[in-house]
Design a protein around this ligand. Structure first.
Ligand code: COA
Length: 319
């Protein structure tokens, strides 16, 4: 499996740390020091499906193909305004594709899970030659905007890749540990005349320090696994694209495997944590800025609610 196109799209509204300090007991200094985030793009008048379709269109243009050539669409999404139909079906209509579609919810690690699924489709379905993955997320609609420990962390956006058959995808490792108490949100469903239980309904709940520790431990294991299984060393990897959740998590992982700062590109300062969209958005930025060379080795690694985590290693063969 090879990546032949990347794309992304962001909401138009920029919200700086100073703007948050106007209505929250927080400061630019606290947020930058503890997270690395300076600003984020937040959905105001846009719809997530439109951002998703724009990211998809940009990836298709970069790949030089038409939507009608797609054989499958996978959308990674945690939450959006539609309970049903799936976001991938909505994207399909907006971009003018006709192929089968499915959504997955792998939380912030969704892009790695989607890549593994796509790779399996190429191996098991001879009729599939081109797959679109779109990660479209609006985590700013999950948090309580009076809770400074969660709302400052997130931003919205969409990232996409076009995949074709090839040998660039070298190794993948997925990890899931049932630990919902560290990071979860529960919402009330429609009532029925028969419901007699209490149903929690509230914003995202997060034990920040627990998530931090789980993230570092799982990411290190996953990264070690894909580097070893592909016959590489940490030094052989040119770029480590880590989930953009907290610059201190990225730095802790980087220090542990003793690699240079240049190998860990980041854009968390501009976008915050855009959930599963964060890695494809970063990949698109590097691709468009010509920071990836043909033959480069990339490791992607992400973690999120579940607790889920995953890493993969692939070669970059696009010019
Ligand atoms: N502004 C100012 N103070 C804040 C704050 C904010 N936005 N958020 C929390 N604080 C305060 C806390 O209330 C606490 O105050 P206290 O000592 O008076 O009780 C103090 O800062 C320290 O809080 P703590 O939670 O220990 O900080 P931390 O160093 O662990 O940083 C996170 C908090 C959330 C930034 C950090 O734990 C983290 O990033 N965890 C991972 C979260 C994550 O990645 N989630 C997404 C997963 S996909």
């Amino acid at each position: 499996m090879n990546i032949t196109g990347t794309g992304s799209a962001h909401p138009s509204l920029t919200v700086t740390n100073e703007m948050l300090a106007d209505f929250l007991d927080t400061s630019d200094e606290w947020i930058v020091t503890r997270t690395g985030i300076k600003q984020r793009q937040i959905i105001s008048n846009e719809r997530l499906e439109d951002l998703a379709a724009t990211a998809a269109d940009n990836a298709l243009t970069d790949a030089g193909i038409k939507a009608s050539e797609l054989d499958f669409i996978i959308c990674s999404n945690v939450v959006n305004e539609y309970i049903t139909p799936s976001m991938s079906c909505i994207i399909q209509g907006k971009i003018g594709a006709e192929c089968p579609c499915i959504d997955i919810n792998g939380a912030c690690a969704g892009f790695i899970y989607a890549l593994d699924m796509a790779n399996s489709f190429f191996q098991s379905k001879s009729e599939i030659n081109t797959i679109l993955i779109v990660c479209a997320e609006e985590p700013t609609r999950m948090v309580d905007w009076q809770q400074r420990n969660t709302c400052v962390l997130f931003g919205d956006g969409a990232g996409a890749v076009v995949l074709t058959r090839g040998n660039d995808f070298k190794a993948v490792k997925l990890t899931s540990i049932s630990k919902s108490e560290a990071l979860y949100q529960m919402r009330k469903l429609e009532s029925t005349p028969f419901i007699s239980k209490d149903e929690p309904d509230g914003p995202l709940v997060m034990k920040g320090q627990d998530v931090f520790k789980l993230a570092v431990a799982a990411s290190l294991k996953d990264i070690e696994c894909v580097v070893r299984e592909s016959g590489n060393t940490y030094d052989d990897v040119d770029h480590y694209l880590l989930h953009q959740a907290n610059i201190r998590i990225i730095e802790t992982i980087r220090n542990y495997i003793n690699q240079s700062e240049e190998k860990f590109p980041h854009n968390i300062e501009n976008y915050g944590n855009t959930s599963s969209a964060s890695i494809p958005i970063l990949l698109d930025e590097l691709n468009r800025n010509k920071q990836l060379k043909c033959g480069d080795t990339l490791v992607l690694s992400a973690f999120g609610a579940g607790f889920t985590a995953g890493a993969c290693l692939f070669k970059w063969s696009k010019n």
